[in-house]
Every structure is written in C-alpha cells, then in structure tokens.
Ligand binder design. Sequence first.
Ligand code: HEC
Length: 137
Amino acid sequence: MTSHRFFLGALAALALTAAPAFADEPGPGGSKPPVAKTGEEVYRTYCQACHMADAKGAVGAGAFPALASNPRLGTTGYAAYIVANGKGGMPWFKDALSKAQAQALLTYLRTHFGNDYKEPVTAADVEAFGQTPTSRF
Ligand code: HEC
C-alpha cells in the first residue's frame, strides 16, 4: 500500500516537473515568409519591382508607368481593376492578394507618392473590380 502511494506521488511529481514540449514550435529560420499586411508592405513586396520604390515608374526593358502623382488613381475603380486583372505587361493580382491587402495597398497608393485622395478604398470597391472575395489572411 505504501509503495503504491509512493508510486502515485512520484508520477504526479513527474507530471508537474516534466518540461513543457515545444517540439512543434517553429524555430528561427525555415518558417513561412512574412505576410505583407500594410499597404506599404504590399507595395514593396508586389509592385515596386516594376513601378520603383518612389513609384515614379521607369522606362527600360519595358515601360512602367508612374503611380506617383497619377490623377488616374483619383478614380478608385481604375487602379482596383488593374491590380485585380492586370493590363498589358502587368500581371494580375486577384489570386495573389487578399481583399484586405488590396484595400490597404490601394488606400496607401492613393494617399502617398504625391497622390492625395483621402477616401479609403473599401472591401466592396475591390470586390466590385474583381478582387478575390475571400480574404486569405
Ligand atoms: C511585372 C511588372 C509590374 C508589376 C509587378 C506591377 N505592375 Fe503595374 N503596370 C505595369 C505595366 C507594364 C503597366 C502598363 C500597362 C499598360 O498600360 O499596358 C502597369 C500599369 C499599372 C497601373 C495603371 C497606370 C496608369 O496610369 O494607367 C496601375 C494603377 C498599376 N500598374 C498598379 C500596380 C500595382 C498597385 C502593383 C502592385 C500590386 C503593380 N502595378 C505591379 C507593370 C507592373
């Protein structure tokens, strides 16, 4: 009887002192790449390679129009449509960006780089112009 009690006590002590298992936690490195969330992050990740960091575009191997001080961004639907569906040499992003990312991106573009269109772009706006209706992130 005593040894039985001792055994139970030892088991309980073991359970309490056992180190928590973190084996499933991802270690540093080797994890998924970070997801671009803010409009600026989305721009840097998906757009600046062609439209340049200052959004002034470039002419070289192709012609990449400036998004800086671009009056076409005044119309919400224009950029929303192109981002969702692509145009000419520009790829489409309706499968690559979530609605939330497209909203953040377009709102950012409309209020930066010399553009001053303060009205935020809504989920309905990006959906209306073809952005994937389900938010992935
Ligand atoms: C692979 C290069 C490339 C990438 C990446 C790219 N674009 Fe473009 N973009 C272009 C080209 C080329 C055009 C011109 C298309 C045409 O008029 O035929 C364009 C046109 C545009 C226009 C229309 C500009 C105007 O004045 O008519 C907008 C708005 C735009 N891009 C926004 C974006 C945004 C926002 C992103 C990031 C999600 C992006 N682009 C990513 C190449 C690119």
